[in-house]
Design a protein around this ligand. Sequence first.
Ligand SMILES: [Ca+2]
Ligand SMILES: [Ca+2]
Length: 245
Amino acid sequence: MFAASHLFWKGWENMRKASLAAIASASLILIGPHAGAATISYEGDALPQASTPAWGVFLDDTAGAGGVVSGGILTITTAPTQSLGYRLFSSPGGWDPTLGGTDIDIRMKVVSQAQGAGRAGDFLVATGTQAWLVRWGAARVSEELLGGGFDLDTTDAFHTYRLSVAGTEGPLNIYVDGAAVPSVSLPGVDSTANRLDFGDQLDGDGGVVQWDYIRWTNNEVPEPASLSVLVLGGCALRRTRRRDV
Ligand SMILES: [Ca+2]
Ligand SMILES: [Ca+2]
């Protein structure tokens, strides 16, 4: 008798888990990346120009110092008189203004800032209407075009920087290592550029910077219809849970 009821209970339990999983996966489909979302990553497994998609080398006066890939890390070495930049999306632009916003996760480390250099490396975010140029020094993260930034030891370890742009107009919020609150929130400057650039793009900057990955996601705003279905899905999930208690 015990075995039979135990079996029945296990069967019910499995069915309940299956239906919960079905509801959960249906909800995930709704809130996950939509067909219109675009995701691109550079993982440091090859030089940017040899990766998929291939980045253009738009600045290279490093005279051989340049970029070196090892163990999934791209290391860029520049003297203050040298520069090296990699570019994606210059034509056509990659930023879809009909999509809702963008997160760019960058895991990187400043190994050293060259003597006399302003900063060591940088990243340009340009949405087609606004642009930001984020720069990393050994002790500060800043924005070049309007100013603003925050102090941080960028040399002690790899840090993950999330550059999050609301829509195409901004502001740009920078989150460090998954923090809930941005370290800085910056308005952009007007720009028709539509691209991503990274490396050492500025005269006067230089040093050794290691880039582990760059992951770019252009998100679609969920449509109101999808949202209402999502809310219904959430209610169903709650009701199911309540019945179980
Ligand atoms: Ca430079
Ligand atoms: Ca990597």
